[in-house]
Design a protein around this ligand. Sequence first.
Ligand SMILES: [Zn+2]
Length: 82
Amino acid sequence: MPVGKFIQLFDYLDKSSQGCKRDLQLTIKFLEKHKCPIKDVTEWLYKNDGGCDCAVLANVEKQFVVRKIISELDYRDKDDEE
Ligand SMILES: [Zn+2]
């Protein structure tokens, strides 16, 4: 799944504030809508601490930011490392 789709997924989860049902219900709904490989993506999410919808936002989105895949997010404090 392309990175752009993950960003859309995070955005989608962010906006649907129906609350986490302790599963990947919303994530799967998104994947279905966008014709993404549900099994592959959910397996990957489980491995990356995204065991439910809120964990996807809390843990997986953070990893994208840390790896600087999301470049538009400002991470100025990282500059101190140099
Ligand atoms: Zn949750």
